[in-house]
Write a protein that binds this ligand. Structure first.
Ligand code: ADP
Ligand code: 5GP
Length: 220
C-alpha cells in the first residue's frame, strides 16, 4: 500500500519567450519523446504563414469570428500580440488535465499572467535565447516573415525578456538536447510537489507497526 495518495491531475505548463527563441521546436520535441503530454492548439486571427498547418499549428479564424468566441466565453485567456488576437480554448484544457495529461500552452506574457491569476499552481517556464544575435538569426532562418515583421518581433523581444522574473523557471535554449533535459528535470520535480498530495495514510500498516513496536518493548 502507498503511504501517500497524490492528485491524478496533470500539470498545466505555460511556455513563453520571445518569437524565434524555439518554443514550438522545444515543445513539439518534448511531446514527441514523453508520454501523457498534450499540446493545446490556440485560436488566432493572424494570417496563415509559411509552415503553418491549420488545425495543428492554430485554428485560424477572422477577427469577427474571434470576437464572437470571446463573447461566448470560449477562452481561458486571450490577448492581442503584434496586432492579432490569440486565445486558449478553455474546455479541452480542463478535460485533459482531469484525465491526467500534462497540458502545454505556448503563449505570450499577457495571457500567461492571466492564467497565473486563475491557476497559480500551473508551471511557468520562460525560454531565453543564448543572446539577441542568435535570436535574430533564428527568426531570419525560420523565413516565415518578411524583414519588417521580423524587426517588429525582434523589437517586442526586448520588452519580453525583461519580464522573465514573473515565471517560475528560465531555460536558455542553446543546445536543444540540453533544453529538453532541463524541461524534464523541472517536470519531474513538479510531480513531487507536496501540494499534489491528497492523503497521507499509515492505517494500512498499523498491524505491522504495532507488532514491530511490541517486539521492541519486549526486548527492552
Ligand atoms: P518560436 O516558437 O519561439 O517562435 P521556433 O520553434 O519556430 O520559435 O524556432 C525558431 C527557429 O529557431 C526555427 O528555425 C528552429 O528550427 C530554430 N531553433 C529552435 N531551437 C533551436 C536550438 N536549440 N538551436 C538551434 N536552432 C533552434
Ligand atoms: P506566432 O504568431 O509567432 O505564432 O505567435 C505570436 C505569439 O503569440 C507567441 O508568443 C505565441 O506564443 C503567442 N500565442 C500563441 N497562442 C496563444 C494563445 O492562445 N494565447 C496567448 N495569449 N498567446 C498566444
Amino acid at each position: 500500500m502507498a503511504l501517500i495518495k497524490s492528485k491524478n491531475k496533470g500539470n498545466l505548463i505555460i511556455i513563453s519567450g520571445p518569437s524565434g527563441v524555439g518554443k514550438d521546436t522545444v515543445v513539439s520535441e518534448y511531446i514527441k519523446t514523453h508520454q501523457n503530454c498534450w499540446y493545446s492548439v490556440s485560436t488566432t486571427s493572424r494570417p496563415v504563414r509559411k509552415g503553418d498547418v491549420p488545425g495543428k499549428s492554430y485554428n485560424f479564424v477572422t477577427k469577427e469570428e474571434f470576437e464572437e468566441l470571446i463573447s461566448k466565453n470560449y477562452f481561458l485567456e486571450y490577448a492581442k500580440y503584434v496586432g492579432n488576437y490569440y486565445g486558449t480554448p478553455k474546455k479541452p484544457i480542463i478535460d485533459h488535465l482531469n484525465k491526467g495529461f500534462d497540458v502545454f500552452l505556448v503563449i505570450e506574457i499577457q495571457g500567461a499572467m492571466k492564467i497565473k491569476d486563475l491557476m497559480p499552481e500551473a508551471v511557468f517556464i520562460f525560454l531565453l535565447p543564448p543572446n539577441l544575435k542568435t535570436l535574430h538569426n533564428r527568426l531570419e532562418k525560420r523565413g516565415s516573415e518578411n524583414k519588417e515583421k521580423v524587426l517588429a518581433r525582434f523589437r517586442e523581444a526586448y520588452r519580453e525578456i525583461s519580464e522573465v522574473t514573473k515565471y517560475n523557471y528560465a531555460i536558455v535554449n542553446d543546445e536543444l538536447e540540453e533544453t529538453i533535459k532541463k524541461m524534464e528535470a523541472i517536470l519531474i520535480s513538479e510531480k513531487c510537489r507536496c501540494d499534489r498530495i491528497e492523503e497521507v495514510s499509515i492505517s494500512d500498516e498499523e498491524d505491522y507497526i504495532r507488532s514491530l513496536l511490541l517486539d521492541e518493548e519486549s526486548v527492552n
